[in-house]
Every structure is written in structure tokens, then in C-alpha cells.
Design a binder for this molecule. Structure first.
Ligand code: ADP
Length: 477
């Protein structure tokens, strides 16, 4: 089998490789991907540092052309790349193709942004002096990504990093190197100069750690677990480095008595169970007022009965497998914890077997949960959702905000008054009215508050806040 190698200083290198396994069929090896070392990472950082002066001064047209070419190729290959994504991560083929289209759109967006770089010219408060405010690139950006969006998250970090004139060392998650390799290959062939984008696949504890330890990495953008996020923060503070973290969520979806039941059930089923519940914006707390509670639970259970869990590549599958054995164990451990805490298992909870050997778990719904239970406070990251019964809107809002996280929050209601109040008073970074908590646009800010995020927002023009540093220059006229 061919080894998909790391890209360091414009050369494909690496002979040690790790198997990329399909979670829908663990007999299937998706590919062999290089396992980078500390030395590889140091070489990649050195290459990115050497490439920075020229790339940061490259014209905006060169950056536009390369980003646009990448976006176009990803779109032209959406079915093939979507299939690779579904095979390595386990989300369904339509979800995977959708994510691939989104990655293409992100490159197209930042291709446009490259042509819109601008500063401000303002008068000084002193006579005969002019003031210019501009944005400089940061330097070498370390990009560390998780496994749950194998093409969109790399895209939304790589595209702005390059657009604003930075060079990159990119470390994808161990479980999903395939899509990352593909987009780096596309960008490389699109004409990026040597060393501008370096790919080092491998272990977090080796490659990731070497990035954290390097004084030459001037910014790190990270999406992943809270624990690793804290390590990124601590190491970055030591190096006086700018960093941005996207971590967990325990996103609430409020359902009020006046909700349209069909809208509420569709939003809850999507939020909780699509992409196997493996989205940081997934809703795992359904906070439901008394008047609609029983009807809502009955309708949601009926909906869950219709959802097909199977091989991600199979037409008709609604929910693919869990990503790997470790995550499956986390999910089943939490199901056990929920039972012991006294929540009622209303649906699912069992492992299932399918034609192909994979990590298949039934969508699982607990009712009679309280907001103090561990299943309501800790991120599970699987298709496991709890229903929490509350008295009224005020109780629902307080319960929604009573969490260490603050990424996304949803409400299902037909009341303008409650929707407006919720938008204003939710402590989450993103609020959804009559929509799933997951599923966001690519051209507007993405990010959370409290324990979910740290640093400037990602995506859209707000991305510039992280990938650039502001300079104020004064000139005597
Ligand atoms: P998850 O539990 O979702 O895999 P992690 O935080 O472990 O979340 O992983 C997110 C990313 O962080 C992955 O690319 C992983 O390899 C990387 N990573 C893990 N440990 C470290 C570390 N010590 N230093 C830097 N990156 C790490």
C-alpha cells in the first residue's frame, strides 16, 4: 500500500506509517499515513519560518489565485473527497459531501478576503501627523485539529492563515489524516511556495507537543478536548504566543410549551443525533417545559425509531458509527453513569451489529434527568441525549445557562417575546431559534464563551482578529 507522506519544506517525506481504519468496517484500511516525529516537526517549523518573509510580502493576487484554485478543486472532487471523509470518520455520505462543499466554500471565501485586505488612515490628534492602522501576519501558525470535521476544520484554519500572509505547520487528528493529506496536496499543487504549508501527521503527544514547545511557532489555533486545550494555553503563555481554543460544549436546546412540535422534534433529533452526536455544537441537553414534555418525548422517541444506524456509505443510513473504540467506550460508560444516577433510559442504549464490523450504537435518550447529573454536565460526544423537565421559560433559561460551557444554545418556540429574550440572555456564543444547535454558516463568526472557547472567533472576516496583529504607524507630514 502507498504511504501518504508528510509535506515538509515542499518535499513529501516519511516512511513510518499508521493505518487509517474505517469505523463502519474495521476490516477496511482507508490508507497508510505517515507518523511524524519530533525531528519532522522541528524541520517543518524551520521551513515555515524560512518561508515566512517572502510569503508575508507575496502579493494578494498570488494568495487569491492559490486559495481559489484549492476551493475549485475541492468542489470538483466533492463526491470522491466526501467518500474518503465518510470512510475515515464515519459520518454519512451526504453529511460528508456537505462538509466537503463547505470546505470548498471556505477557500472561496478567503480567496475573496485576500483581495479585500485593508487598513485605516486616520488623523492624529497632533497637527501634521498621519496615522495608519494596518494588519500584519503573525508568522508561523501551528494548526492542531480534531477528528470530527476532518475537512471543514482544517479548511477554516488553513485558509485564513494563508490568506493573511502566515505560514503554517498543520497537524491533523490521528484518526482522520486522509482529508487533511488531500487538501494539503491540493494546495501544494495549486502553487504554494515551498515551506508555506507543512503537513506533519502523527501523534498529539509527539507532533502536537513539539509544536507547543517551539518558540518559533508564533500562533496556535486548536480545536479539540478541554484537557489538551489547557496544555496549549499553558505552553503558549510560556512562549508569549497568541492562541485560540475551541473545546467542548454541553449545548442546551430549550423546548417551550408553545413550540411547533414538528419543528422542535426535527431540531432536537438533528442536534442530538446527526453526525452520531459527534459535533461540538451537538445538543445533549433537551430542556423541556412541563406542558409539552410528554408529547415531545413521545414524538422524539417515535422519530428515533425511524432513524437507521448503519455503514456511513450505505444509502439510507441516518446515523453512522461512533468514530472508534475509545469513543464508544466513553459513550457506553456515560450510559451506565446515567442509569446509575437515576435517569430513565427512554430509548436505545445498546450496541448493535451490522453487516460490516463497526462501532455501532443506538441513539440513546434519557428522560427524567436533572441538570446536576454528570450526563448533563460533562461532554459525552456521542449519540446520547438527556431530557430535563422544567417548569417554565425562566426555569428553562436558567437551566440552559447553568453549565461550564457556552458554545451554542437553541430554543424552539413560537413566541417572539421568548425568542428575543433567549437571544439576549443566553450565555452561549451562538444562538439558534427553531433550528438545530449544530449547522452553521461559513461566512460568519463561529465560537463560544465560558469553558468552550478562548480567544478571537473563527471564520468569516472575524478570523482576521486571530491571524493578524494590528500595527499603528505615525508619520510626520
Ligand atoms: P479528542 O479527545 O477529541 O481526540 P484531543 O484534544 O486529544 O481531543 O485531540 C485534538 C487534537 O489535539 C488532535 O490533533 C491531537 O493529536 C492533538 N493533541 C493531543 N495531545 C496533544 C498534546 N499534548 N499537544 C498538542 N496536541 C495534542
Amino acid at each position: 500500500m502507498t504511504i501518504y507522506q508528510n509535506l515538509i519544506a515542499g518535499e513529501w517525506v516519511g516512511s513510518d506509517a499508521t493505518k487509517n481504519i474505517n469505523p463502519s468496517n474495521t476490516n477496511e484500511v482507508v490508507g497508510l499515513y505517515a507518523d511524524g516525529s519530533t525531528e519532522d516537526t522541528k524541520n517543518a517549523i524551520a521551513a515555515a519560518k524560512a518561508a515566512f518573509p517572502a510569503w508575508s510580502r507575496s502579493g494578494i493576487w498570488e494568495r487569491h489565485v492559490i486559495l481559489k484554485k484549492a476551493g475549485d478543486e475541492i468542489m470538483a472532487r466533492k463526491d470522491e473527497l466526501g467518500a474518503l471523509l465518510a470512510r475515515e470518520e464515519g459520518k454519512t455520505l451526504p453529511e460528508a459531501i456537505g462538509e466537503t462543499i463547505r470546505a470548498s466554500q471556505i477557500f472561496e471565501f478567503f480567496a475573496g478576503e485576500a483581495l479585500r485586505l485593508a487598513g485605516e488612515v486616520v488623523p492624529s490628534v497632533r497637527p501634521n501627523i498621519g496615522v495608519e492602522i494596518t494588519r500584519d501576519p503573525l508568522g508561523v501558525i501551528g494548526i492542531i485539529t480534531p477528528w470530527n470535521f476532518p475537512i471543514a476544520i482544517p479548511a477554516w484554519k488553513i485558509a485564513p492563515a494563508l490568506c493573511y500572509g502566515n505560514t503554517v505547520v498543520f497537524k491533523p487528528a490521528e484518526l482522520v489524516p486522509g482529508c487533511s493529506w488531500a487538501i494539503v496536496d491540493i494546495l501544494h499543487r495549486a502553487g504554494l511556495p515551498k515551506g508555506v504549508l507543512n503537513l506533519v501527521m502523527g501523534k498529539g503527544s509527539v507532533v502536537g507537543q513539539a509544536m507547543l514547545d517551539s518558540p518559533d511557532v508564533t500562533g496556535i489555533t486548536f480545536t479539540g478536548s478541554t484537557g489538551t486545550g489547557r496544555r496549549v494555553a499553558a505552553a503558549s503563555i510560556e512562549h508569549n504566543r497568541k492562541f485560540q481554543l475551541e473545546m467542548g460544549g454541553k449545548n442546551p436546546m430549550v423546548v417551550l410549551d408553545d413550540a411547533d412540535l414538528t419543528v422542535a422534534v426535527e431540531a432536537a433529533a438533528n442536534s442530538g443525533f446527526f453526525s452520531t452526536g459527534q459535533r461540538c455544537t451537538a445538543s445533549s441537553r433537551l430542556i423541556v417545559t412541563e406542558g409539552i414534555h410528554d408529547r415531545f418525548v413521545a414524538a422524539l422517541t417515535e422519530k428515533l425509531n425511524t432513524l437507521v444506524v448503519d455503514n456511513a456509505m450505505k444509502p439510507g443510513t441516518h446515523i453512522g458509527p461512533v468514530v472508534d473504540e475509545k469513543q464508544l467506550k466513553t459513550d457506553t460508560d456515560y450510559i451506565e453513569i446515567g442509569r446509575k444516577e437515576g435517569a430513565k433510559l427512554a430509548f436505545g442504549g445498546e450496541l448493535i451489529t451490522r453487516e460490516t464490523p463497526g462501532f455501532y450504537l443506538q441513539p440513546t435518550l434519557f428522560t427524567e434527568a436533572t441538570n446536576q447529573m454528570r450526563i448533563s454536565r460533562e461532554e459525552i460526544f456521542g449519540p446520547v441525549v438527556s431530557v430535563i423537565r422544567v417548569k417554565d421559560y425562566d426555569d428553562a433559561l436558567a437551566t440552559a445557562n447553568d453549565t461550564p460551557f457556552g458554545l451554542s444554545a437553541g430554543i424552539a418556540t413560537t413566541s417572539l417575546k421568548h425568542a428575543t429574550h433567549f437571544k439576549r440572555n443566553s450565555e452561549a456564543g451562538m444562538v439558534m431559534v427553531n433550528l438545530p444547535t449544530a449547522g452553521v454558516d461559513f461566512h460568519v463568526p463561529f465560537g463560544g464563551r465560558k469553558g468552550s472557547s478562548y480567544g478571537p472567533r473563527e471564520q468569516g472576516k472575524y478570523a482576521a482578529e486571530f491571524y493578524t496583529s494590528v500595527k499603528t504607524a505615525y508619520t510626520l507630514a
